[in-house]
Write a protein that binds this ligand. Structure first.
Ligand code: SAM
Length: 414
């Protein structure tokens, strides 16, 4: 056994022990396909670490990466591939995921992988050839449109984030086919496996949190924050924020009220943050830049944000423009001991004249989140209803209107 085989065995043993390999077929594919041949020039230790490896960036922003193996394993389990399936992948990247899928669907199946970037498609072709994988069809094109020439597909997987379930993908699915995509739902990206029903609606079989680069081309949507001073950006869950109103609110900090539940970083971002985004029209997230070594003790909001992956992060509510400047933001309680991993005590701070009313709303939403069992993305059940299809929203905790679909959000079990 060579060094690459040993490194791969260690990686896959780790995936196995963490319970992420959903089936023997997925495990066999990970054990067989040589990831390092899809990442030429990358040291073996990195190629076989459970980490994403960026392979292309434009203006400092990653536009393509070999995804984190544990996330790929989660998605392949969600996809539930069977021998003989016809599969479309949007986001061929290095070609590694396509090679894994080709291994699982076998010689009776077929994998078509599309990437929008010609250089990446050429690279993927070289990697597949070097690995001895000859049964993946590569296409250079905009996968937002799917690839009608190869339809219908039993499975369509996006390995790139989308803000929408596009009608092209639904149209190219076989009856009872499954569409798996990283879907941004009011600012939270969710890996959602959606089964096409006879009524034309798609219902989720599973939901996981995820973080993928976003679609380029016709399906591109921007997710950049609006800078509001002090190195802080605000990302509204939907709609628009007026930066001048946010700045005016931040310049007028008000009182802070205790939030009865302590929160970890994951509770803040993926738990209460997701809940607020789904249930409150003015929900937004705040991100500060990386900690500045020349200013380790900043004043104002950045000093009170919770550390999430090396950056200050917050969630809150912004006032409607008609109400004037106002914000309510979940901030760390000064007694929080950041030497621990949390959960930490938190408070809700009001900013601006409209801040107090928003604080009340935010505290009430936090109580509702706790009463609902502190849901996280994995607890959601989504029904994606294309325009022209009728599904009553009975019992839905939230209804999210998107350009082509309405998304009904239930809790599982509810
Ligand atoms: C996270 S990478 C995919 C990783 C890949 N599955 C692998 O195994 O290496 C996302 C990819 O989506 C591609 N992409 C972005 N927008 C696209 C579009 N509209 N159509 C097709 N591919 C797109 C990017 O060029 C990038 O290669």
């Amino acid at each position: 056994m060579g060094a690459a085989d040993r490194a791969r065995a260690r990686l896959v043993d780790g995936l196995h022990d963490s319970g992420r390999l959903g089936s023997a077929a997925v495990e066999e594919a990970f054990r067989t396909v040589p990831r390092h041949l899809f990442l030429p020039g990358v040291p073996l230790a990195r190629a076989y670490a459970d980490e994403a490896v960026a392979v292309q960036a434009v203006d400092g922003v990653t536009t393509s990466s070999a995804s984190q193996p544990s996330m790929m394993a989660i998605m392949l389990a969600q996809l539930d591939l069977r021998p003989g399936h016809r599969v479309l992948e949007v986001g061929a990247g290095t070609g590694y995921n396509a090679a894994l899928m080709a291994r699982i669907v076998g010689p009776q199946g077929h994998v078509i992988a599309v990437d929008i970037d010609e250089e990446l498609v050429d690279g993927a072709a070289r990697h597949l050839a070097a690995s001895g994988v000859h049964d993946v069809e590569l296409v250079c094109g905009d996968g937002a449109l799917g690839h009608p020439a190869g339809a219908p597909y039993d499975r369509i997987i996006l390995t790139v984030g989308s803000g929408e379930v596009r009608p092209e993908w639904i149209a190219q699915l076989a009856p009872r086919g499954r569409l798996l995509l990283p879907l941004a739902l009011r600012g939270t990206q969710l890996s959602v496996a959606l089964d096409l029903g006879a009524d034309g609606a798609l219902r989720s079989a599973s939901v996981h949190r995820c973080a993928f680069v976003r679609l380029r081309g016709v399906g591109a949507t921007s997710e950049t924050g609006v800078p509001v001073g002090g190195g802080v950006s605000v990302l509204p869950a939907g709609g628009v924020v007026r930066p001048e109103l946010v700045r005016a609110a931040l310049a007028a900090p008000g009182p802070a009220r205790h939030l009865p539940e302590p929160l970890s970083a994951a509770d803040l971002w993926d738990g209460l943050g997701m809940w607020l985004a789904l249930t409150e029209p003015g929900a937004c997230r705040f991100l500060a830049g990386p900690v500045d070594p020349d200013d380790p003790d900043p004043d104002g909001l950045p000093a009170e944000l919770m550390p999430v992956r090396g950056r200050g992060a917050g969630i809150g509510l912004a006032a409607d423009a008609s109400a004037g400047p106002g914000l309510a933001v979940v901030v760390l309680d000064p007694v929080a001991d950041l030497g621990t991993r949390g959960p930490w005590p938190v408070r809700v701070r009001a900013f601006g004249p409209a801040g107090d009313a928003l604080t009340e709303r935010l505290l009430a939403a936090a109580v509702a989140w706790v009463n609902a069992g502190r849901p996280i993305p994995e607890d959601l059940r989504l029904t994606v209803v294309p325009r022209g299809v009728e599904v009553p929203p009975a019992g839905a905790r939230a209804v999210v209107e998107q350009e082509h679909c309405r998304v009904l959000v239930h809790l599982s079990p509810d």
